[in-house]
Design a protein around this ligand. Sequence first.
Ligand code: ZN
Ligand code: ZN
Length: 370
Amino acid sequence: MATAKRDYYEVLGVGRSATPEELKRAYRKLAMEYHPDRNNGDKTAEERFKEIGEAYAVLSDPQKRQQYDMFGHSAQGIPNDFGFSFDSAFDLFDMFFGGGGRRRPRGGPARGDDLRMNIEVSFEEAVFGAKRTIDVPRAETCTTCGGSGAKPGTQATQCATCHGSGQVARMMQSIFGQMQSVQTCPACRGEGRVIADPCTACRGQGRIDARRSVEVTIPAGVDEDVTLRLAGEGEVGPRGGGAGDLYLGFRVKPHPQLVRRGQDILYELPVSVTQAVLGDAITVPTVDGERTVELPAGTQPGKQIRLHGLGVPHVRTGRRGDQLCLVRVVVPTHLNHKDKALYEELGGREGKPVEVKRGFFDSLRDALRA
Ligand SMILES: [Zn+2]
Ligand SMILES: [Zn+2]
């Protein structure tokens, strides 16, 4: 709620210099007074109960209190609603009083479980996407009873204990004295209906174990850290409870020559000394098929040649990265007589390092200065 909030001290009815003991006393008194179970579900009391819990949660924490004193409701770490729900208010109350009538509203059959599966895709499928049919073992609606769990021709009847609400009220002794507590109906486990004559195919469960073929569209650009959520493709719940979701993860098979790095694809381009010295037009593999790379004369080892737009599309934006060809000069280790003679003829063995205009350390210094 983004409405203006009341001052926490005002909510608890204490001064700004209240001691932790005074805060505790104020919370104890007000939380008991406004506990929803004591106010027959009165909406104003419910709001007050939550407000009191939130105020106490902030002011009883020395660090949060200090921040609140300095910055009020806009204090960092105390977002407007503080993430404080009714559940938090009940949790706090239980913590404070060591347990006491918490309500757990329920009703109707439970939703089915979510499922998690991993599928293996090729490098190219991960890059370009694909359509797949996968086999999912999961609980499906029983076709004999249509999911009701009741024998065909019979019907589930309203639970006599809770009259279909799934909840029962019980009088119990509590810190408030005699108090009404609302609990999940034990006769129907909160479903509000009971089955006198269960379906024999599913033994009253309304669902059976089955396998289902599910069509999946794998988006272009998926990677092993991407999870696809297929809503409603999980297990169905018992007796007509809705289906959970299917979460699909991916294992990407490695490519023999290409390696993915984010949106880019790396390729190690091995070239001969002659190709590096004289240059060449070299055919290289890419995910889009073969491409020709112009290797200029005098190419140094470690040079990167960028092929724009031949990388992996971003899974959401579709923008493609690049392919980077990393040049590796392969120095021959075994020379035949003829080649050896040719290298000898080239000369260059003067017993001292080769003269270079700019060495590795010059580039390093430039990089550090930048
Ligand atoms: Zn059935
Ligand atoms: Zn019931």
